[in-house]
Each structure stands twice: as structure tokens, then as C-alpha cells.
Design a protein around this ligand. Sequence first.
Ligand code: HEM
Length: 334
Amino acid sequence: MGVGFALLMIVLLILIPYIGVMAGGEYILGVFIPYLAFAVLIAGLVYRIVSWAKSPVPYRIPTTCGQQKTHDWIKSDQVENPTTTLGVWLRMAKEVFLFRSLFRNTTAKITEKGHITYIWEKWLWLAALLFHYSFFIIITRHLRLFTPETPWLVGFLEGLDGFFDFGMYTFYLTDLLILAALTYLLIRRFALPMVRYVSLAADYFPLFLILSIAGSGVLMKYFFRADVAGVKELAMGLISFQPVVPVGIGSMFYIHLFLVCVLLAYFPFSKLMHGPGLFLSPTRNLANNSRIKRHINPWNYPVKVHTYQEYEEEFGKVMKAAGLPLDDEANATK
Ligand code: HEM
């Protein structure tokens, strides 16, 4: 159900620019929609981040593993269970660059004897890592289209990524990796019954969308060549707010660009916000220093209390008569 709906949406989204180019709508597709998508992205990001930032976090709630800091003679894990801001930064860096919590992923299985066992599951981590790094490198390489001179880093990445040079065109390793990793992530959702059970259209749609973006890019690079000089003119025009739409860039490019615009506009309202969300996640961005520092609930209001001393002063006589011990014998006569 979810898969079918997501797939149908993608097909419809591909048809829009395909028909749009035939109807002469290059300006709308090449200028109006990219600006609109970018505006939605910025507004959506601000909205989501501000609403997260406004959520109160009165307590320290980091999810930790490894030994917590206690006595000096007990060795603690300062990265997995950080008590300092430096430790939090190190753990966050591990999370951002190496996907540390995904690496800790396990699957539960029932053995033949009926016992539950937890097994290391690294394939999801590997596919996610390959996908994200390939995506990052591809986007960085695309900067070539938005800058008059190819920046040094872009040239360097192109050289590294295009190590396997098969003559006519450079073949980029990241093109293969991103498609393979996305295909794995998709097949995993179909093939594992438990994952399939919890998968919704909102899980399939981003995968289909990014697959279609990468797929259309690959088609454009290796099969239906787009006029890259024309694309560069359009891209430079867009970022300098002097848009021009060169003729004859080709429908494949407009499909590619339209799907990218859909991704930009969809991003802030989707599960893809896990990226920015990581930095605002109190289970990740707080030091576990509750044993060292007392964190007072900022919502605490003054509570009228009745201390034991006051209690004894009030009921001392009765307590004495009942044979109960008193802290202050003078209270027996008050
Ligand atoms: C989420 C953003 C994007 C992704 C994931 C993406 C992905 C890809 C991929 C995988 C390729 C295959 C060749 C390569 O790896 O370089 C490609 C090619 C291409 N993309 Fe993108 N792209 C994105 C955004 C854009 C944008 C915004 C533009 C233009 C304004 C663009 C224009 C092109 C062009 C012209 C090619 C063909 C390059 C060539 O033939 O050398 N892409 N894209």
C-alpha cells in the first residue's frame, strides 16, 4: 500500500517536468520552481528548528553506554558517557561522521532453544554510510556547475572519484555506490518482514525520490548527454539572481532538477530532518554530569512545606502520650 502510493507519486512527479518541457514551460521549471523550492526549504528549516529549540529540556537525558564517571579510581568512558562538553563534541563527531549509534545496531532473534539473542547488524550501517558519503561527494562535485572556476576541492574529489577512467567519459565510483546503497536500503525494507511491517509511504518515498534523482543524473551523464554548458549558465544565473534559461538543455535535466526541487521542499517536513535534528537532540547533545552538578527544574515553583520539626512541635504532646520518641523532649510540653 505504502510502496504503491510512493511509487505512484514518483511517476507523477517525473511526468510533470517531462510534459512541462514539451509544453514549453522551461522558465517555470528552470527558474520559478527552483526558487520556490529553496524558499520552502529555508522557511521549513527555520520553522522546524525554532520549534525544536523552543521545546523545554529541563533535565539531562543523554542516552549513554559505557561506564559513567563516579570515583576517580573507576575508569569511565568519556566519549560514550561524556561528563564534559569536549566529550559531547567527540561523541557527536563520531555520530555525524561515523554513524556511531547505527554501528551499535543489533537484531533480536529467538534461538532454537527459545532464548532471545542479539546479533550484530552492520549491513544497514555500511549501506547508510556509503549512501551518505556518496551523496555528499556528488553534491560537492556539483559545485562545479555553480562556480565560474572549478574550486580546488571539487577538482580533487573529481580526480579521486573518477579514478576508474574508461576513456570517453570519467566514471564516478560514487554513482555506482549511491545506486547500490539505495537499492540495498530499499530491498531491505521489502525483504525483512519486521522492517516491511513498520514501513510507510513516508519511508519509501524518500528512497524512490533520491534513487530517481541519482538515476536521472546517471542517465544524463552516461546515456542521454545534457548540454552541461547550458546547465552551468542556468545554475550561475540562478545563484546570481539573474536567471537565464538556455534553450535545448534536454528533458532529462529538467526531470533531474524538478526532482531535486521536490526533495528540497519535502526535506524539512520529512524524516530526512534526522540530520539537523541530531544536533538538537537532548539524548545526544547533553553531558551526563547529573552526579557532579545538580540540575534544578526551571519550572520549580516555591512549595509550602511542613518540616518534621514543625510537625513535632505541633503533635509533640500526643506523640509523647502514644509513646513515640521525640527529637526534642521540650516538644512534649508545648
Ligand atoms: C540533491 C541534489 C542532487 C543530486 C543527488 C544529484 C545527483 C546526480 C548524479 C548522481 C549525477 C550523475 C553524475 C555525477 O555523479 O556527477 C548527476 C549528474 C548531473 N546533475 Fe545532479 N544531482 C543533484 C542536484 C543537481 C542540480 C541542482 C543540478 C543543476 C542545477 C544538477 C545537474 C546535473 C547535471 C547537469 C548532471 C550531468 C553532469 C555531467 O554530465 O557531467 N544536479 N547528478
